[in-house]
Design a protein around this ligand. Sequence first.
Ligand code: DC
Length: 246
Amino acid sequence: MTGAAAGEAPVICVDGPSGAGKGTLAQSLADTLSWNLLDSGALYRVVGLACLSGGVPLDQAQQVAVVARSLDVTFQPGAEGVSVWLSGADVTREIRSEEGGISASTVAALPEVREALLLRQRELARLPGLVADGRDMGTVVFPSADLKIFLTASAEARAERRYHQLQGRGESVNLARLLAAIIERDARDESRSASPLVPADDAIVLDSTALSAGEVLSRVCELVSARAIMGEASEKRLDSAEASRQ
Ligand code: DC
C-alpha cells in the first residue's frame, strides 16, 4: 500500500452531481475491493427526514444541527444493497423520494449541519479501505484521499436515467419535470457557500454521459490499479474482477 500511511485506511472519493452514477459506481467499487462504503447523501437525507418527522423546521440551522449530531442512523449491507435505518426503523425507501431529495438539499446547505456530520463521516475510514460517495468527499471530508473521482454527465442524461429508475419502481413520472428539478438542484448544490459542489483540484473528472455503468467501473479500476493504493488482498480482488469482465 503506497497511498495511505501504514495502518491508515486508504480512501477513494466519488463526487459529482445527482444522477451521474456515483451511487452505482461507489457500490460496485466497494463490492469489487471488499471495502467499506459511505453514502454521505443518505446521511443528509436521513437528517431531513428526522427533522420532518420531529417537527424541526428545515431552516432552523441550530436545531437541525442538533438533530444531525444526535442521529441514531445505521447502514446495513444486504443482498439488495445497503439499507438505511433511523432509530430502529427501515427508512431506505422513504429517504429516496423526490421530497426526501429536496429536504436533504435544504439541510445540506447549512454549514452547522455539515460540520455536525464531518466527524461521523471521517470515522468510517477504516481498513481495508473506504469508498466515499458524495459532493464534498474530496474537497472537505477527505482532502488527502488516495484517489478522487468527479463523476459527471449531462443534465438530460441524468434526468433520463432517473426517469427509467422511477418508472421501474412503478412511480408515475414526467421527464420534463425531472429535468427541471435536476437543473434546480444542481444550481442549489453548486452555488451554496458551504462545501459547494465542485471538483477538488486533484480530482479526475469522468463524464459518464456516453458510458455504461460497467465501462465507468472499468475505467476507475484502471485508475485504482495505476495508483497502487490497495493492500495485497484488495489488489487480488481487483485483478480477478478485471479478468471476469474480459
Ligand atoms: O446523493 P444524494 O442525491 O443522496 O444527496 C442528497 C442531497 O444531499 C443532495 O442535494 C446533495 C446533498 N449532499 C451534500 O450536500 N453533500 C454530500 N456529501 C452528499 C449529499
